[in-house]
Design a protein around this ligand. Sequence first.
Ligand SMILES: Cc1cc2nc3c(=O)[nH]c(=O)nc-3n(C[C@H](O)[C@H](O)[C@H](O)COP(=O)(O)O)c2cc1C
Length: 176
Amino acid sequence: MGDKMDTIEAIKSRRSVRGFTDENVSDEIVTKILGAGRWAPSGLNNQPWRFIIVRETDTKAALSNLTKYGPTFKNAPLLIVVFLDKDHMYNYVKDVLSIGACIQNMLLAIHCLGLGGVWLGEILENKEKVNKVLQAPDSYELMAVVALGHPIAKKRISERKELDQLIFLEKFGKSW
Ligand SMILES: Cc1cc2nc3c(=O)[nH]c(=O)nc-3n(C[C@H](O)[C@H](O)[C@H](O)COP(=O)(O)O)c2cc1C
């Protein structure tokens, strides 16, 4: 799969990848992924996202102790730790939503580049400890970790609710 996968096809075929081969991810690829994140929309074009890139085994091990999903943290060649910079915030909800858009852009870029990744949120239970491990300033609030790498071959299935469970016509109560 090259960079040119149809957007709708990319959105639908992306699956969370939690198991990776030993193959590394080059800085060039990481730059492309962060580049996709950086082009996400944000309220007032505030761009409140900040990233810490983690490759070192010791750092990954320290983070893996802070979540139930430790094996994915250790197994991934690379982690992108995503923060909201509260010193450059204009509206909490809108800044957080913008970071969600940024993360989804990165997941789609990862997928289109033939790699795999997963959005990891459970570690937010220990977000202050994550800041300590990474020596991140107090103004940085952890939003998520994206683990990525070359996916191990595996069938990955996911389900979605039907549209008629989600959408109402004109007013609440009248189904789609
Ligand atoms: C906000 C958020 C937090 C998540 N946290 C975790 C997590 O901590 N561990 C994990 O394995 N997957 C996590 N996921 C991935 C979801 O489990 C996954 O996206 C969902 O089951 C749908 O599967 P799919 O991504 O393959 O379509 C998270 C996803 C989101 C959007």
